[in-house]
Design a binder for this molecule. Structure first.
Ligand code: NAD
Length: 476
């Protein structure tokens, strides 16, 4: 029995709001201005401290994720704690190289000169994060912001209260509290924060709030990174071997139900298959669900819970329409007390229904049937650009078309969600799924301004550089 229980809420000893948000932020800005966050030694010490927090508080992190979201500790390690340790280690290892200036070439007119790109921190940055990966989505940007030498104010989501309490109360024990502040609060605090002056806002959350963040930021021309969501499709080609099909099904079910019960921005939202293959897909999906969660998934410790009653009712509502309910071919049971929703499969719910127009963000999986799998390209292109497209196929032509004819934050073939763990790949959306990118060196770049610095010798200039040019008349 691996479900962890028994951790109470932390007392709120984080930012003392009575001191005034404005004064807290002014203190942090001053800390940036006086240069304390710029030295590599400061950045290194803070990253090491962040790593110590992850090591010392590993069990509390697992417990908090279990209490707030019902995540199993293996899932918690795989998706948050483990990835964060890897990211902080990479930043520590590469810090010197990332922070170093790089030489640049100049054109001939700049004879006898030297140019370089000098990475400089942006200044004081605001990070607002979401609840579904409360540690990952708060600390991954924090790693980039610290590595780049910024002062940071972090506001985790109020909807994962045990996790945010841990971030507000325990993390500051490790970090430089003048330069890095963690602030507790929900939308009202978020609004107050947006009224302040920042050098960058890094936001993870919904498109609606993202729009608000961007319009507030526009007033002072503050740059933003928006990590948003949307509906990520998985295209499932009729794979030739039963073995391939089983692997595909395991990966689809594991992504949809096994990563925060589908409450993930890069979860599979719906599956596209050829009509002739759909009944086989349903049977294979049922088998995969049974293998992962047994006969009674409600008793399983391997599926997370819905974050709160509001989201539970939102998901319940997606199935309320009788036309949608009639499409359920597996699952559909729910328990409001334990915020449990059974892994559910639907076939061909109406395309105009909410389940097919809104981001699902839960363990409900519509399977949409098409005449030909190639039609999936038009299907995807007729909707907002997704954060990720997944395609399970061995068809080389389809693979090439998927990359060249669709637009999304990422494309993954024959698996899903693994792109999140790769430091070498930019993570971020396009269009309605977001603006900007991070992870690995991309996180450093997101919080860095590359300043162009040019130095010339006082010696010699080409004659055409300065007037008068009277002696060089051109016959026109
Ligand atoms: P949300 O937009 O409701 O909240 C996100 C954050 O913004 C929270 O910290 C919240 O307190 C704050 N906030 C809410 N209203 C605000 C306001 N009016 N002013 C200022 N701040 C405000 O989103 P959510 O429910 O936390 O997350 C779900 C959404 O986030 C989904 O759409 C999902 O796809 C997306 N998401 C994206 C990523 C990604 O990396 N691209 C990761 C996780 C979640």
């Amino acid at each position: 029995n691996l479900r962890l229980t028994g951790m109470g809420r932390y007392s709120n000893v984080g930012i003392k709001m009575e001191k005034g948000l404005g004064r807290e932020i002014a203190e942090t800005r001053e800390c940036y201005r006086n240069g304390s966050t710029k030295p590599i030694s400061w950045r290194r010490s803070q990253l090491q401290a962040l790593r110590s927090f992850l090591v010392d508080y590993e069990v509390q992190i697992f417990r908090a994720l279990n209490l707030d979201l019902g995540k199993h500790y293996v899932e918690a390690f795989r998706d948050e704690d483990g990835i964060l340790k890897k990211s902080v280690n990479l930043a520590l290892q590469e810090l010197k190289r990332w922070s170093a200036s790089t030489k640049a070439k100049l054109p001939a007119i700049a004879l006898l000169s030297y140019a370089e790109l000098v990475p400089e921190p942006l200044g004081l940055v605001l990070v607002i994060s979401s609840w579904n990966f409360p540690f990952g989505l708060s600390l991954e940007p924090l790693i980039g912001a610290i590595a780049a030498g910024n002062a940071v104010v972090l506001k985790p989501s109020e909807l994962a209260p045990t996790c945010s309490s841990l971030l507000v109360n325990a993390l500051p024990k490790y970090l430089d509290n003048q330069a890095i502040k963690v602030i507790d609060g929900g939308p009202a605090v978020g609004q107050q924060l947006l009224q302040q002056k920042w050098d960058k806002i890094f936001f993870t959350g919904s498109a609606n709030v993202g729009r608000m963040v961007m319009s507030e930021a526009a007033k002072s021309l503050t740059p933003v990174t928006l990590e948003l969501g949307g509906k990520c499709p998985a295209v499932l080609d009729s794979l030739s071997w039963s073995w391939d099909k089983e692997v595909a099904m395991k990966r689809i079910a594991g992504t949809k139900y096994g990563s925060c019960a589908g409450q993930a921005c890069i979860s599979i939202d719906y599956v596209l298959v050829e009509k002739s293959f759909s009944s086989a897909v349903v049977e294979l999906m049922k088998a995969a669900i049974k293998t992962m969660y047994g006969d009674n998934p409600k008793e399983s410790h391997s599926i997370a819970r819905i974050i709160n009653k509001h989201h539970f009712l939102r998901l319940k509502n997606l199935l309320a329409d009788q036309k949608v309910k009639d499409c359920i071919v597996h699952g559909g049971s729910m328990d409001e007390d334990s915020l449990y929703i059974e892994p559910t499969i639907l076939v061909d719910p109406p395309l105009e229904s909410a389940i097919m127009t809104e981001e699902i963000f839960g363990p409900l999986l519509p399977i949409i049937t098409l005449d030909k799998i190639e039609d999936s390209i038009d299907f995807i292109n007729s909707r907002p650009k997704p954060l990720a497209i997944y395609a399970f196929t061995k068809n080389e032509v389809l693979r090439k078309r998927m990359v060249s004819e669709t637009s999304s934050g990422s494309v993954v073939f024959n698996d899903a969600i693994i792109q999140f763990a790769a430091d070498s790949l930019p993570f971020g959306g396009i269009g309605e799924s977001g603006i900007g990118k991070y992870h690995g060196k991309f996180s450093f770049d997101t919080f860095t301004h590359y300043k162009a610095v040019v130095r010339r010798s006082f010696f010699t200039d080409f004659w055409y550089r300065f007037p008068p040019w009277n002696n060089h008349k051109l016959e026109l």
